[in-house]
Design a protein around this ligand. Structure first.
Ligand code: ARG
Length: 397
């Protein structure tokens, strides 16, 4: 009888490379690796070779950039998803997609297990475990790094004994996770919340331009479809904006974050596209959404971001809020103008065929169409209870 199989989410780094051998030895499994391309800018052929050299049965490399943009980033834009108001959730959004493909490849290969390289302290283990369990409750999950309790030295010794290549360059003290929507950096000196992050950790947001410039983003039903008047796929717009906006040093976030497991951690992000797109999207919504809808949507956005952060992507609660968010986007069509400056940006203009902004109503100049007589009656009725309350109180004085 053949061995059971496991599909491992493989980044090509040391932890998941060690995990390949460890799964073979400790669990006696045939290992299949899955590496997804979500714009993390890595050499996929090299990773495939590396996995094959370590004796895996198959090494899958799958380009999921389009799916990531269409099914994960797009709903996040509609929902202005920012955890704790500042983190655009790049890492969090990618985990359910990875879980989905772990399940898919496991099913295709008749594997009984899936595995990932998350540690036992973070959010990512929760996101992948919950994602897998939501889609395939019968699959078993192994998380080698959470289980093995190696110290750094023991892990390297194990790698040497098993002919696992160790990166020659001195390993960066930072833990980095990267995709189209942003770059997350933790660890090393960043663990001291008083220390300013060293410039060397930044890759996407370096100041190269001093002269301010303008960009225009056109949205249709909540989704960016043009950049500076040129029609492009959202994937292209995100890639272009990461370059353009990043070259002004815009998109850095330094945040003490509440992890799901109760730890507060210091997180640095670079997310130039995400930050500018969401700000522009909000600016357009300000113009087209009626007041009560706008206010209520803001409340739900916070909840939505929490659910994504907590790994509840496939949960009916997230899906129900998503249906609400989708409905709100029907008229989020128009154009937003943004001024880019060194280290900062502002929305400086917006227009929409569905704009509820009416110059005649808003103006303080001659020609106002607003009925100030109606205001008097409105205030009377709006304040009626307030007025009665005050009257009753005064009687007892
Ligand atoms: N704190 C962020 C989150 O939970 C980023 C996690 C980064 N993950 C990593 N493996 N470095 O979404």
């Amino acid at each position: 009888m053949g061995k059971d199989k496991v599909v491992l989410a493989y980044s090509g780094g040391l932890d998941t490379s060690v995990a390949i051998k460890w799964l073979m030895q400790k669990y006696s499994l045939d290992v299949i690796t899955l590496t997804v391309d979500i714009g993390q800018g890595i050499n996929l052929e090299e990773i495939k070779k590396k996995a094959e050299n370590l004796g895996v049965e198959k090494a899958y490399i799958i380009d999921l950039k389009e799916e990531f943009v269409n099914d994960y980033i797009t709903p996040a834009i509609k929902s202005n998803a920012m955890y704790e108001g500042v983190y655009p959730l790049a890492t969090a959004l990618s985990r359910p997609l990875i879980a989905k493909y772990l399940v898919k490849v496991a099913k295709e290969n008749g594997a009984k297990y899936v595995a990932h390289g998350c540690t036992g302290k973070g959010n990512d283990q929760v996101r992948i475990d919950l994602g897998v369990k939501a889609l395939a409750p019968d699959l078993e999950i192994i998380a080698p790094v959470r289980e093995w309790n190696f110290s750094r030295e023991e892990e390297i010794d194990y790698a040497i004994e098993n002919n696992i290549p160790i990166p020659v360059s001195r390993k960066s003290p930072f833990s980095i996770d990267e995709n189209l929507w942003g770059r997350s950096i933790e660890g090393g000196i960043l663990e001291d919340p008083w220390q300013e992050p060293p410039e060397e950790i930044y890759q996407w947001t370096k100041l190269k331009k001093e002269e301010p410039s303008y960009i225009e983003i056109t949205f249709e039903e909540g989704i960016p479809v043009e950049l500076n008047g040129e029609r492009k796929s959202l994937l292209q717009i995100i890639e272009n904006l990461n370059e353009i906006v990043g070259s002004y040093g815009i998109g850095r976030i330094d945040h003490i974050e509440n992890r799901l497991v109760g730890i507060k951690s210091r997180e640095i992000y670079e997310a130039p596209s995400a930050i500018v797109i969401i700000k522009a999207h909000e600016a357009l919504e300000d113009m087209v959404l009626p007041r009560e809808l706008a206010h209520f949507k803001k409340m739900l956005e916070g909840k939505y971001a929490e659910l994504v952060y907590y790994g509840l992507w496939f949960d009916p609660f997230r899906e129900a809020i998503q249906a609400f968010m989708d409905k709100t986007q029907e008229r989020v069509t128009g154009k937003v103008k943004i001024k880019l400056m060194p280290w900062s940006f502002s929305v400086v203009g917006r227009m929409s065929p569905y704009s509820l902004y009416d110059h005649g109503l808003a103006t303080y100049d001659k020609g106002s169409t607003f009925s100030t007589e109606s205001a008097v009656g409105f205030i009377k009725l709006f304040g009626l209870q307030n007025y009665l309350y005050a009257l009753r109180g005064n009687q007892n004085d």
